[in-house]
Design a binder for this molecule. Structure first.
Ligand SMILES: Nc1ncnc2c1ncn2[C@@H]1O[C@H](COP(=O)(O)OP(=O)(O)OP(=O)(O)O)[C@@H](O)[C@H]1O
Ligand SMILES: [Mg+2]
Length: 471
């Protein structure tokens, strides 16, 4: 369908251009040629008429026998392909070639007589009393030495030859129009196939994609805009496929993360309903675990909500000038109260100095807690966790360094993705969901900063962020 429509549109356009160009050219050319031919013919007739006048003059001057004159005219007519009449000063035909003698004694056109009497040579074109067709005729006066007009000659010449030539030219144009129309139909056919082939492919694959067949791709290998379209289309298809996979993975991850606390809550409640070990201590212990698990669930749900708000851009983080040094100190103290087996030390270029950044206190605390929480979780007991706050003219940098197991280099780019855990089994055992760093990255980026990480497997990790200073 598409193919035919496009084919017809291009073809009509082509034909319009060809036909109008040829028609314009044809009209112009025939006009120019016609003028050129007639001009040439006129020049030629002037010369001939002039020669004949010289021959006729002695007859008129000496009033010689017209029979001789007629012999001369017969000869001239035959050789020049014209008709020649000799006229007296009043415009009466006094001699014509043998086949024209019936005209002798007639008066020629008044305009011709007037021109001749004034001694002018003139050329006219039109229907004459003599021929049916259009002819050219030239009137030349015969003048004596004292400038007296003693007669003249009229020479008629048909322009049928010119008309025939013009007809040939027109036919030539019609032939070439037909040939170029045929030729361009073939060209347009292939051109439209070249364009519509890939379009049809893309159309087909687009329908496949719409019906859920996301692995489908087009193979358009043209090195032009159509090829570009094919590539852009494939790129789009890949993005759709990727998004679809992300959506599916996300759902799987969320349900997976929800399942373990739910399962353990279920297990402990069942144990309590069973009532086998009903000692108050056991019950208290179970309730404590249930409380922990429900907290974990609540945290997970909150973090997911936060993340989805940040990802959809619907979370506005209020920006104000805050003292990052204080936030770092406070979060270090807060985490220290929960973690007793590791020392957390804060290093600052100028200790005690306020360092102002544009940010949000609660969100930056959330960032610090996440980073410190990770460091504590992966560092060995008794080791030191260092937090360094350094500043320069444009921005500040906060780095959290631990002496833990580190992160393999190949995993480094992925740790910022949600639900990503290097050691899946172990992290879950330790309560991680893999959302912490994803949240950190979103917060820092929405504050106009960037995150970084470097790690040496086995000897520790340095992770942190850079934020612009508030002026
Ligand atoms: N300091 C660190 N040392 C070693 N590995 C780390 C460190 N920080 C992060 N990782 C790795 O990066 C993964 C992602 O960290 P992230 O904070 O996003 O998730 P989590 O800590 O596992 O879970 P959550 O923070 O949601 O409780 C972690 O599971 C861990 O494998
Ligand atoms: Mg974490």
């Amino acid at each position: 369908m598409i193919k035919n429509r496009l084919f017809i549109k291009i073809l009509v356009t082509y034909l319009c251009i060809i036909i109008s160009t040829l028609a314009m050219l044809g009209v112009l050319l025939s006009f120019l040629l016609n003028n050129f031919f007639i001009y040439n013919k006129q020049m030629e007739m002037r010369v001939k008429a002039n020669d004949i006048t010289k021959l006729v003059k002695p007859f008129l001057v000496n009033k010689r026998d017209p029979a001789e004159l007629i012999g001369l005219l017969n000869l001239a007519d035959r050789n020049l392909g014209t008709e020649i009449w000799v006229i007296d000063p009043k415009g009466f035909v006094i001699a014509a070639a043998a086949d024209q003698q019936a005209h002798e004694g007639n008066l020629v056109d008044a305009a011709d007589i007037r021109d001749m009497q004034q001694g002018k040579v003139s050329i006219r074109k039109g229907k004459s009393q003599l021929y049916d067709e259009t002819v050219l005729w030239v009137i030349t006066p015969v003048v004596e030495e004292n400038n007296r007009v003693i007669g003249g000659i009229i020479m008629y010449s048909p322009i049928i030859g010119i008309a025939q030539t013009m007809l040939k030219v027109r036919n030539l144009f019609i032939y070439s129009a037909v040939v170029s129309i045929l030729f361009s139909t073939v060209v347009v056919y292939f051109l439209s196939r070249y364009v519509t082939g890939p379009l049809q492919k893309i159309n087909r694959v687009a329908k496949q994609l719409a019906s859920g067949n996301l692995a489908e791709r087009v193979s358009v290998k043209q090195g032009d805009e159509i090829g570009d379209l094919g590539m852009a289309f494939n790129h789009m298809a890949s993005q759709i496929e990727k998004n679809e996979k992300m959506r599916r993975d996300f759902l799987a991850d969320v349900s997976h993360e929800l399942r373990s606390p739910l399962a353990s809550i279920q297990g402990f409640i069942e144990a309590m309903i069973d009532g086998k070990d009903k000692t108050p201590e056991k019950r208290k212990k179970y309730l404590g675990i249930l409380h922990d698990e429900s907290l974990r669930l609540a945290r997970l749900v909150n973090e997911l909500l936060d993340l989805s708000k940040m990802e959809s851009g619907s979370m506005d983080i209020v920006r104000e000038s805050v003292d990052i040094a204080k936030i770092v100190q406070d979060s270090a103290i807060k985490v220290s109260t929960v973690v007793n087996d590791k020392k957390i030390r804060v290093y600052q270029d100028e200790p005690g100095q306020r360092v102002m950044v544009l940010g949000n206190r609660d969100r930056l605390e959330q960032v610090m807690t996440n980073l410190l929480d990770n460091a504590c979780r992966f560092a060995p007991a008794g080791s030191e966790i260092g937090v360094r706050l350094s500043e320069n003219a444009a921005d500040i940098t906060v780095t959290v360094r631990d002496e833990g197991e580190g992160i393999p280099e190949a995993e480094l780019p992925y740790i910022w993705e949600r639900f990503y855990k290097v050691d899946k089994a172990r992290s879950r055992g330790q309560g991680g969901t893999g959302l912490g760093l994803a949240i950190v990255k979103h917060i820092i980026q929405s504050l106009g900063g960037r995150v970084f990480v470097s790690s040496i497997k086995g000897s520790g990790t340095e992770i942190g962020f850079v934020l612009p200073r508030s002026q």
